[in-house]
Design a protein around this ligand. Sequence first.
Ligand SMILES: [Zn+2]
Length: 365
Amino acid sequence: MPGRLILRRFFSSSWNGMSYVEKVRLLDYWKLHDSKLLGDFNKSQLLLMIDKKPLIVGAENGGMTLMVNSHAELKRKLGDYGLVFEPANSCLLDVVPNAANKDFVPLLGTSVRTVEPPEDSPVKREDVMKMLATTLGGRFMDLRMAMLTLAEERQRNLLATFQSLMRWADIYRRCPKCGTALKMRLSKSAAECTYCVRVYYPTFSPVAITLITDPTDEFALLVRHKGSVNGVYTCVAGFAHSGETIADCAKREIAEEIGVEAKSIRSLGLSQPWPMPDSSLMCAHHAVCNMGDEIDVCFDELESARWFSREEVAKALKRTIEDPMLRNIPRDMAQRQELVYIPPQGAIAHRLIKLWAENKFKAIK
Ligand SMILES: [Zn+2]
């Protein structure tokens, strides 16, 4: 669609909001036209990550939310600390209304790196980060912790997009075919090789994440991954191989990890982008396995795989909801293999296990 037409439609829309189609087309326009996105950079709203830690602030409901900053405010506050942000270290995330100008502006993510002060400096990097967070009115949180604890799905997905695009742009510097330096779009939505005239798009890997139940639906099989936090059990998950359907992947991962052939696999129509360690798309499935089949755990990946009753799983769910940061994890190694927690609320595994524990699983068509 020609950009001029999109712009005319966009600017003719009144301040009653923007339709979904107009929003998608404006985002596409910014993705395709660096000069237009650059022109709107000074008007943008921004999410900030410093040293891969997102800036978080307390939300009205008592939870945490990503902090949105205006361009002018962020420029002034970061400038006081000698830090700069620019289009090169920013990516396009969304379009948001700017009430002050009755306008729609880009929501960008900007990723800033600090440098370690000299060894003889009396100032430590952590102290500077704390002061900076205070100046900005929020705090910096570990990326994984933020993904696991942000309450809103949209926020988690924005953060996943932010981290995934910046990581891809950081790694994808040269054309894989000819080695020429790539021209990265400002939005980080694509990179072009001017020699091959090829366009490359951000990469991500599909993952099947599967909750296993028995045929009566009264028991679920959960697993403990090697090196995971004491007392935490979760669903089986693994990357799809080339040429597999996502259901094939779910069935193969169950066979690989616990040595059991699933009787049936169904997609639950739920998915979640996840940015660590690389960008992936977690696609939720339900598998039915016979409890009588002998479990043969693959100890390269797992520590344990066990059947639990709905009551046992519901207790672990309750504990996780009451203690979302898993502060009371068992220190006693004897309790390491017990089902104490499930993953925190930000993980799709939490959502799957919660649906099953609340007996709402079968209702998903
Ligand atoms: Zn090339």
